[in-house]
Design a protein around this ligand. Structure first.
Ligand SMILES: Cc1ncc(C[n+]2csc(CCOP(=O)(O)OP(=O)(O)O)c2C)c(N)n1
Ligand code: SF4
Length: 287
């Protein structure tokens, strides 16, 4: 009789000690990821953690899974290719708000419309941490930073609104100050069949201050129990709330995944082989 192996969070922790600043929110994100993986019993060799560049993008090195530090902003296309080639691999994409919404912002809508079966965790600290505190697309209006000494004149992007507008099939919000909820969200996101996006508020204590934990904690509220997560209009209302930051799953609605559509294409390629499309369709075949 075969048994499914069990894992503890330590099975996913690599020998590399994180070089994050003491108190950085990213510590709890990686800790929640370890625990979610243990709960899901995903073997480290069946997982690939893909990132771009940034403090948060160092995360793959702190896991025992396969990992890849792509160039800045290019984690999603790399992960998409990996998932298309190896659909049996669990793919986790991680990174920062600069990586995902600035230089890499053009890739997010395409992963959404393809509904690639992977989980995308953004550690949003509203700043470029690695390069020492420049503004990012989510930096709040009026914030003084290394590149906005007198205050930032731009409205911040709302990643949840973007995800909902792009048609992401699973959209959730979490906070590094609440690791237990974060772990549950990661479990649900990784179980999701399709593109799951988790926006995690993960304060940069060095360039935005420790008080950012209190700022988020004061505004954080659980998603209301009567919220219908299949109602996108209701999800927009939560995502856009002027006062509260709703933590939990805002939206989830199953759709065919990219891998399922590729499979269907492979089958129809076999059927169409008599009508001269053979050489074009060969590229979609794995065997
Ligand atoms: C093509 C390219 N442009 C710019 C950079 C410089 N760079 C490295 S990380 C980064 C931003 C990091 O911010 P974010 O993605 O939010 O991650 P954090 O460090 O805050 O976790 C920038 C601009 C780079 N490495 N490559
Ligand atoms: S600079 Fe900010 S984001 Fe980077 S490790 Fe330090 S606290 Fe974390």
């Amino acid at each position: 009789m075969s048994t499914v192996p069990t894992y503890t969070w330590k099975d996913y922790r690599s020998g590399l000690a994180p070089v994050w600043c003491p108190g950085c929110g990213d510590f709890s994100v990686v800790a929640a990821i370890y625990r979610a993986l243990a709960e899901l019993r995903i073997a480290p060799h069946q997982l690939a953690v893909i990132s771009g560049i940034g403090c948060s993008s160092r995360l793959p090195g702190y896991t025992t899974a396969y990992g890849f530090n792509a160039i800045h902003g290019r984690a999603i296309p790399l992960a998409t290719g990996l998932k298309a080639a190896r659909p049996d691999t669990e793919v986790l994409v991680v990174g920062g708000d600069g990586d995902g919404f600035s230089i890499g912002g053009g890739h997010f809508p395409h992963a959404a419309r393809r509904n690639v079966d992977m989980t995308y965790i953004v550690m949003d600290n509203c700043i470029y941490g690695l390069t020492k505190g420049q503004t990012s697309p989510t930096t709040p209006l009026g914030e003084k930073t290394a590149t906005s000494r007198y205050g930032w004149p731009e409205q911040p992007a709302n990643p949840l609104n973007l995800a909902l507008a792009y048609g992401v099939s699973f959209v959730a919000q979490g906070f590094a100050g609440d690791m237990r909820t974060l772990k549950s969200l990661f479990v649900e996101a990784m179980r999701w069949k399709g593109f799951a996006f988790v926006e995690v508020h993960s304060p940069c204590v060095t360039y935005r201050g420790r008080e950012q934990f209190d700022v988020v904690r004061e505004r954080a509220r659980p998603v209301p129990e009567d919220h219908d997560p299949t109602d996108r209009t209701a999800a927009f209302a939560l995502a856009d709330h002027p006062e509260f930051m709703y933590m939990g799953v805002l939206y989830k609605k199953p759709q065919d995944t990219y891998e399922e559509r590729l499979d269907a294409l492979r089958s129809s390629a076999k059927d169409a082989s008599h009508c001269g499309h053979e050489s074009f369709l060969d590229q979609f075949r794995t065997s």
